[in-house]
Design a protein around this ligand. Structure first.
Ligand code: 5AD
Ligand code: SF4
Length: 362
């Protein structure tokens, strides 16, 4: 690839073709891409990594996404839901350890009782932590009423990944069983954004049938939707899913990992001041994956606060990194020696100027 191609990312607006070319880049060109992403991050957001403590509230799920180990039809896992006190203890611990925000994540559940429960958890968390924590939810597709109630209770950010922004691919990895609708997914994202949440969208890299053009379209979708936060994970097979083909191939895992880093770098270069999560799945493939994702442009990590005894039940993919308690002397869990100049934003939410700008436009 020529040097001009390597510098393609400096163009004011990247086309679909440009993005595909950059996703193909290797070695020197790839390092130039990461360097530029790092500089953009420094220029727009500084060198602070923000923490968002993850509480995996429940692994009950009404859906059957073909790639996910927590899918409804996987009878091999023990289903659990944390007690209220377990959630409160995790939130209090998050505050004590200096986290600026927490994320409550669960499979997709619906019904009045669930809406009421989450609303009441949000209210109590806020009281117990003096309103000091940002509260993120990752609870799937809900009605506009439910999104509104949770927002009014005090949740400020909602993560709902689009997973695959193209209809064709979306429908290849989600069963057509009445529980999945490509259009409903998009509608939910619009409702979340209009309700006033910071809106987190993300995708999976390396899904079967996915092409580099699909990934370029994902970036364009997230740019045009004007997301506030982005989560990009490499696809990792889980043996108890329909997508499992009876063997995982390290070569492809490395490819997915590298592509994930390039996707993060491109999102950073294109959207500049959004938050980008360095997701745990990158550590499953590469022991220094989280640090590499930070170097490629991510600025958020989500250390796991779920009580250890439940972790076995929340395997979206396999293998997940070893279940470990958070080290109170290094709450980020990152090897900061690999990240010269970066600091951890303790006690700060890390809301971006991007969201402020978007809010001012509303
Ligand atoms: N590999 C990678 N990511 C996965 N997710 C679910 N299953 C997998 C998998 N096998 C991601 C989805 C979902 C998020 C909670 O986890 O993107 O939105
Ligand atoms: Fe359920 Fe989410 Fe897994 Fe889909 S990805 S099966 S909605 S937990």
């Amino acid at each position: 690839m020529s040097r001009e191609t390597g510098n393609l990312f400096l163009k004011k607006e990247l086309t679909r073709e440009d993005i595909v070319t950059l996703l193909r880049s290797d070695d020197d060109n790839r390092n130039m891409l990461f360097k530029e992403a790092s500089e953009v991050k420094k220029r727009y957001l500084g060198n602070t990594i923000y923490l968002r403590g993850l509480i995996e509230y429940s692994n009950l799920c009404g859906k059957n996404c073909l790639y996910c180990g927590v899918r409804k039809d996987n009878k091999k896992i023990n289903r659990y839901t944390l007690s209220d006190d377990e959630v409160f203890d995790a939130a209090i611990a998050a505050r004590e350890m200096g986290f600026g925000s927490i994320t409550l994540q669960a499979g997709e559940l619906d019904g009045q009782a669930h809406t009421d429960k989450i609303e009441s958890l949000i209210n109590t968390i806020r009281k117990l932590t003096d309103n000091a924590l940002g509260i993120t939810l990752s609870m799937g597709e809900q009605s506009s009423e439910t999104y509104k109630r949770w927002f009014e209770a005090g949740a400020n950010l909602y993560l709902l990944r689009i997973e695959a922004s193209g209809k064709n691919l979306y429908e290849k990895v989600h069963p057509v069983d009445g529980h999945n609708s490509y259009y409903l997914r998009h509608e939910c994202l619009k409702i979340i954004q209009n309700t006033g949440y910071q809106t987190g969208v993300g995708i999976i890299v390396g899904l079967p049938h996915q092409t580099l053009y699909d990934l370029a379209d994902d970036i364009i979708f997230m740019r045009d939707f004007d997301i506030d936060i982005c989560g990009i994970s490499p696809f990792i097979e889980h043996t108890d899913t329909p997508i499992w083909k009876g063997g995982s191939d390290t070569y492809f895992l490395d490819e997915r990992f590298n592509l994930t880093l390039k996707m993060i770098a491109l999102m950073r270069i294109i959207m500049k001041d959004i938050n980008i999560v360095s997701a745990t799945a990158v550590r499953s493939i590469n022991t220094t994956g989280l640090e590499k994702a930070i170097i490629a442009g991510a600025n958020i990590i989500m250390p796991n606060l779920t009580p250890i005894r439940y972790r076995e039940g929340y395997k979206l993919y396999e293998p997940k990194p070893d279940a470990k308690e958070i080290d109170r002397n290094n709450v980020s869990g990152l090897n900061l020696e690999l990240l010269p100049g970066e600091t951890i934003g303790l006690g700060k939410r890390g809301d971006t100027t991007h969201f402020q700008r978007r809010k001012n436009k509303l």
